[in-house]
Each structure stands twice: as structure tokens, then as C-alpha cells.
Design a binder for this molecule. Structure first.
Ligand code: SAM
Length: 330
């Protein structure tokens, strides 16, 4: 494991007090909310891995199917570059990315791989799946997407493939996704490419099942954010008095995750020296997971200034990995 590479990059991590500031802001707001990036402490990253193995959670399986097929074809779509920087936002455990990297390496490419993830645990899991060779150098960046973007700007001038897999783009509202992609584009050159995973709009039953797995890992995953505030900020959330509620909202086109207070209660957060009042049935919003139509993807690419080159989908057409570039269609 190239932990030394990882350690040299931790300087770009979120500021340690950022969590406390965001909790103060999110619990003081009306309606209350917290960023879904705080799901991913060590335990949250382990729970996410468990969710992806659940039968109802089709997203990972569908994307795996797509990337498995795409791996052989991808090198020919990348201008036949022989050296490449692969930058991946929210890389997670990297098990799907490995398919693509193996495909690129098989074609004779030499790769510098920069996985960016806010979770150090996820990075350690990734480094068990993917390791350095003479042709693949891993430079893990523990930090948020924007730290990753700054990093993209400061690293080499080699051709780049930017990966944003697993439907993480869906956690951003449209304005945020557009702004993020515009900044990304400003940091890239015309020879670079981007591959983004989008979960497709589909029947509400399938979506609701995927985000409410019968083993209850999604419930634990959501409640863990309260546990994280207890552990890291000295809060006194009683998890029994909050209920996870995840549902598809066809009007917004997003799965929404909330924790709903089951009674009127006060919660004290030691590090903030503040109490927060939750009314009975008051929601704490944790996550959007926006779903896309192919036309939504194309509109987003265009607004952000990219050319949508090709969509790759699975047999059920549940998921799309969309390849974007700058020039003419292939
Ligand atoms: C839904 S998981 C997807 C993981 C992987 N890409 C996959 O497809 O299985 C999201 C990953 O992004 C990371 N993440 C979430 N918000 C982030 C942020 N704002 N900046 C950097 N990483 C983030 C999490 O730690 C997690 O590993």
C-alpha cells in the first residue's frame, strides 16, 4: 500500500473544524439539513460498501456491467494517448475503476492515477484493490472535490481522463453540478476527457427499494451521521428518536433522504456549546440523489461547455456512464 503517497496529499483535506461549522449552519437552518459528504467517516464508508452489495441496490451492479464492457474500448476513444493522468472524484473503494485502469494498462498506457476522496477509510480500501506497478502510479488525495479540482490544476500537463462514477454527481443540485463542471472544464484541455456516472429516471418502486434495502444498511448509514456528531462533536443525539425516510420525488427527479424527529426534543452539541430544538416530525434533510434522462445529461454537458460524446448503458438501461470531451463527436 502506498500510504506514503497518501500522506503527502492529506494537506488538501477539509479543515478539521469545517464539520462543526457546517453542523452549526445546517442545524440552525429552517428546514434543517447537513451535507451528504458527512456520511463518509470510517463506519459510513464501510456501510456504503455493504449497501452496494445489497440486491436492491442496482446502481453498482449496473455500472460494473457497463465499465466491464467499456474497459476494452476506452483506450481507442482517448486519442490513443500513451501516457495519461486519471483523476477520479469520490473514488470510494475503486473496485469499478480497476476495470477501466486494467483496460487502459492492457493497451500499453502508462498512468498516473489520482483518486480523490473525502474519506481516508475509502482511500485505504481503494489501496487494497489497486496498487502501484511500473505502469501505474497511485497518488491518493484525501480531500473534497474542490481540493481535487485545485489539484487537477496544479499537476502535470499530461492528457487527462477525469472519472466521476457511481452517480455521485446526483448528490448535487443542478446549479451546483453545473458550477462544478464549469470549474472542471476550465481546468482541462481540449485533449482531455470526462466519464460521469448518471443514474437514470425509472420506476419509483425500483428507486424506493434501492434506497431502503431490506437488511437496513441504508437506515444505519443515515443514522450514522448522528452518531458521527456524537463521536466527533460531543453531541447527544438519541438515535432511537429519529427515523430514516427515503423516497423518490418525481417532481424534483430526486431520491431524498431525511431523518425525521420522532418527538419534540433538544439536542446539545458540546463543541458548539449550543442546543438545537427538533419538533416532533421535523425533518433533517441529508441527501438528494438526482436521477437523469439521457436528454438531461446532454443538456448538462452543453451548459457546462462539454461535448457529450457517447452514452454507455447496461442491459436494463438503468444507468449511464457518459463520455464527454471538447470537440467533435466520435
Ligand atoms: C456514493 S460513493 C461512490 C463511490 C465510488 N465512486 C463508486 O462508484 O462506488 C461516494 C464517494 O464519494 C466520497 N465523497 C462524498 N462527498 C465527497 C466530497 N464532497 N468530496 C470528496 N469525496 C466525497 C465518499 O467518501 C464516497 O467514497
Amino acid at each position: 500500500m502506498k500510504i506514503s503517497n497518501l500522506e503527502t496529499e492529506t494537506r488538501v483535506s477539509d479543515r478539521p473544524d469545517q464539520f462543526a461549522l457546517d453542523v452549526l449552519h445546517g442545524l440552525s437552518a429552517d428546514p434543517k439539513s447537513l451535507s451528504s459528504k458527512y456520511f463518509y467517516d470510517d463506519y459510513g464508508s464501510e456501510l456504503f460498501q455493504k449497501i452496494t452489495g445489497e440486491k436492491e441496490y442496482y446502481l453498482t451492479k449496473c455500472e460494473f456491467e457497463i465499465l466491464d464492457r467499456l474497459a476494452g474500448e476506452l483506450p481507442s476513444l482517448l486519442d490513443e494517448n500513451q501516457i495519461l493522468d486519471v483523476i477520479e472524484f469520490g473514488a470510494g473503494d475503486g473496485h469499478k475503476t480497476k476495470l477501466l485502469l486494467d483496460g487502459l494498462l492492457k493497451s500499453g498506457m502508462k498512468i498516473d492515477y489520482y483518486p480523490v476522496d473525502i474519506s481516508e477509510k475509502a482511500m485505504l480500501l481503494l489501496m487494497k484493490n489497486i496498487y502501484d506497478t511500473d505502469y501505474l502510479k497511485i497518488n491518493g488525495v484525501v480531500g473534497d472535490y474542490f481540493a481535487g479540482l485545485r489539484h487537477v490544476q496544479s499537476i502535470s500537463s499530461k492528457p487527462k481522463l477525469v472519472l466521476f462514477l457511481g452517480s455521485s454527481i446526483g448528490n448535487m443540485e443542478m446549479a451546483e453540478a453545473t458550477a462544478f463542471l464549469k470549474v472542471l472544464k476550465r481546468n482541462l484541455k481540449s485533449c482531455d476527457s470526462v466519464l460521469i456516472g448518471f443514474d437514470q429516471k425509472k420506476s419509483a418502486e425500483i428507486l424506493n427499494r434501492a434506497y431502503n434495502d431490506s437488511a437496513g444498511y441504508t437506515t444505519q448509514f443515515n443514522l450514522n451521521i448522528l452518531e458521527r456528531m456524537n463521536r466527533e462533536l460531543g453531541a447527544n443525539f438519541d438515535l432511537q428518536h429519529f427515523q430514516h425516510y427515503g423516497f423518490y420525488n418525481p417532481r424534483s427527479g430526486a431520491m431524498e433522504s431525511h431523518l425525521i424527529s420522532q418527538r419534540d426534543q433538544m439536542v446539545y452539541v458540546q463543541d458548539l456549546k449550543r442546543s438545537f430544538h427538533f419538533e416532533r416530525f421535523e425533518p433533517l434533510h441529508l441527501e438528494y440523489s438526482f436521477k437523469y434522462l439521457p436528454s438531461d445529461i446532454e443538456a448538462l454537458a452543453e451548459t457546462a461547455g462539454f461535448t457529450s460524446i457517447r452514452h454507455f448503458t447496461d442491459e436494463k438501461a438503468y444507468f449511464i456512464d457518459s463520455l464527454w470531451g471538447f470537440g467533435t463527436l466520435i
